[in-house]
Design a protein around this ligand. Structure first.
Ligand code: GAR
Length: 211
């Protein structure tokens, strides 16, 4: 059975969705760079080892990433899932876990990398927003996209309401993608990701929709 670890920095709702999805793998640990992350208690309450490695205790990014990698190695993880892990990783860490490091990001990449994605989507006036799961490369939120979920931007939306609608989809998307990885159905072909057994679905979402 494949082993995975989840890295968090805060609330951990995506982590909870992953743990509750009964994935075909073993969650060996949840690791946070912040000792006060609420998600640590949620992991422990599900019987998963919860570890805090406080980044403030390290003199450099390299030193923190080395400690993080050592902890991941201790759990012999095949897959590392960034679920609201809000800390930049060094290139050497990213290279070490190339092809087995995935992140969920709250936008339809390559639109709105970085932070404040819902506010920026509203400012830009987009009609469709959403979330993306991608393999991590050194480029910020720039690696090969595995899957995306789109939601409409509604007339009365503010940052909170739009963010909630996206978060609901994050909770569906990330476990689905993690399952595909654990089932060995994902293959990187150049910059694109192929899913074994993918079925073509046509149609389109038109927003706004009026007859
Ligand atoms: C999620 O919306 C996730 O997509 C985002 O942080 C939130 C964490 O919430 N991640 C990023 O912005 C990474 N660039 P959670 O702790 O409840 O899962």
């Amino acid at each position: 059975m494949k082993r995975y670890v989840i890295l968090i920095s805060g609330r951990g709702s995506n982590m909870e969705a992953l743990l509750d999805a009964a994935l075909p793998g073993l969650c060996a640990a949840v690791i946070s760079n912040r000792p006060d992350a609420a998600g640590l208690a949620a992991a422990a309450s599900r019987g998963v080892g919860a570890v805090a490695i406080d980044h403030r205790g390290f003199a450099s990014r390299e030193a923190f990433d080395a400690a993080l990698a050592a902890e991941i190695e201790r759990h012999a993880a095949d897959l590392v899932l960034l679920a609201g892990f809000m800390r930049g990783l060094t290139d050497s860490f990213v290279h070490r876990y190339a092809g087995r490091l995935m992140n969920i990001h709250p936008s339809l990449l390559p639109a709105f990398p970085g932070i404040r994605t819902h506010a920026r989507a509203l400012e830009a006036g987009v009609r469709l927003h959403g979330c993306s799961v991608h393999f991590v490369t050194p480029a910020l939120d720039g690696g090969p996209i595995v899957a995306q979920a789109a939601v409409p931007v509604l007339a009365g939306d503010d940052e909170a309401s739009l963010g909630r609608r996206v978060l609901d989809e994050e909770h569906r998307l990330f476990p689905r993608v993690a399952r595909w990885f654990l089932e060995e159905r994902l293959h990187l072909v150049g910059a694109r990701v192929q899913l074994a057994g993918e079925t073509a679905v046509g149609g389109a979402l038109h927003v706004p929709h009026a007859l």
